[in-house]
Design a protein around this ligand. Structure first.
Ligand code: UDP
Length: 330
């Protein structure tokens, strides 16, 4: 039996691969290497370079390796890009996911774990936001992911397929053992951008909006350490393999931090100020997004280990320094 990880060369996917091989699982990575890195993949995993919508390749990979579970990370993830390129996002995230799911149904893969997002909630009327809240994405990114959740729901009803969709809040940090981290040079996510600024890889950073209706005027997010997020995936896999049914869970800690609090944490870690400049609001940003985070704990027994913003920031910074050393050595 093996697990197929799509997008296993990417930030979150590469951490999943590490967790699976650490558990002695056979792992097949399917990645087109458009944004991921070959070096990010554990040497204990098998890499198939290709597209999730290449049904011949996917079905052959599933059959050749006896795949019983697919963990699907591959996709486009930048909210602002999705506003300027909605058709690209629907194609990559929705159309191609449909093709992948069809390959799973054709080859009788029983278990499917899907990277969904808190962006399915849009601007929630209350925070924390629970799984049964109104689903009203305000970006094509959120819509493209929600459509995939719906395909999975309908396929689980029609076929012998069980799934878990995990709605990620703001994923950050790096493998505490230093084996992987967020490596995209043009990343847009706050903690990554702040760490790059801290190490002078950028000359300054922007704070997108200081006039939100929040205590310090900046947006609030629920930052979750990537290793805790992966632990939820491992719990989800165990649940499905034990015969557990299809479910949707939020993945966050239930505690929000503002943009300025994140910047302060980075400043604390480096012992000096960051050049963070006020900038206009960024389109598609809800003011506050904090997970109602109980359901995954109760249903899967998830026990997060790194619920401390300073720890998340320190591990992200350690990875950024590692990347800097790599580049200096290159
Ligand atoms: N943000 C910011 N400056 C940056 C990147 C992000 O002020 O350079 C803000 C962004 O407007 C949002 C929060 O940080 O309020 C988190 O954004 P991110 O892109 O990390 O994740 P998202 O919540 O969009 O998935």
């Amino acid at each position: 039996m093996a697990v197929l990880v799509t997008g296993g060369a990417g930030y979150i996917g590469s951490h999943m691969v590490l967790a699976l091989v650490d558990q002695g699982e056979d792992v097949v990575v399917l990645d087109n290497l458009s944004t991921g890195f070959r070096w990010a993949i554990s040497p204990k995993a098998k890499l198939v370079v290709g597209d999730i919508a290449d049904q011949q390749l996917v079905q052959k990979s599933i059959a050749d390796h006896g795949v019983d579970a697919v963990v699907h990370f591959a996709g486009s993830i930048v909210v602002p890009d999705s506003l300027s390129d909605p058709l690209g996002y629907y194609f990559n995230n929705t159309v191609k996911s449909r093709s992948l799911i069809e390959s799973c149904v054709e080859t009788k893969v029983q278990y499917f774990i899907f990277s969904s997002t808190a962006a399915v909630y849009g601007i929630p009327s209350t925070n924390p936001v629970f799984e049964d809240a109104n689903l009203a994405p305000i970006s094509p990114y959120g819509s493209s992911k929600l459509m995939t959740e719906w395909m999975l729901r309908d396929c689980a009803a029609a076929y012998d397929l069980n799934y878990i969709a995990l709605r990620y809040f703001n994923v950050a940090g790096a493998d505490p053992a230093g084996r992987s981290g967020q490596s995209t040079p043009r990343a847009t996510h706050l903690i990554k951008v702040a760490c790059q600024t801290a190490l002078a890889k950028r000359d300054h950073m922007d704070v997108f909006g200081r006039d939100y209706d929040t205590p310090d005027g900046t947006c609030i997010r629920d930052y979750i350490h990537v290793s805790d997020l992966i632990a939820a995936h491992m719990d989800a896999l165990g649940h499905l393999r034990k015969g557990g049914g299809s479910k949707v869970f939020n993945c966050g800690y239930g505690r929000g931090y503002s943009v300025l609090e994140v910047i302060k944490s980075v400043e604390k870690a480096i012992g000096g100020p960051l050049d963070a400049r006020d900038a206009p609001r960024r389109a598609g940003d809800p003011p506050e997004l904090v997970a109602g985070a109980d359901k995954v704990r109760v249903a899967l027994g998830w026990q997060p280990q790194h619920q401390d913003l300073d720890f998340i920031v320190q591990s992200a910074l350690a990875w950024e320094r590692h990347l800097q050393r790599r580049n200096d050595a290159a």
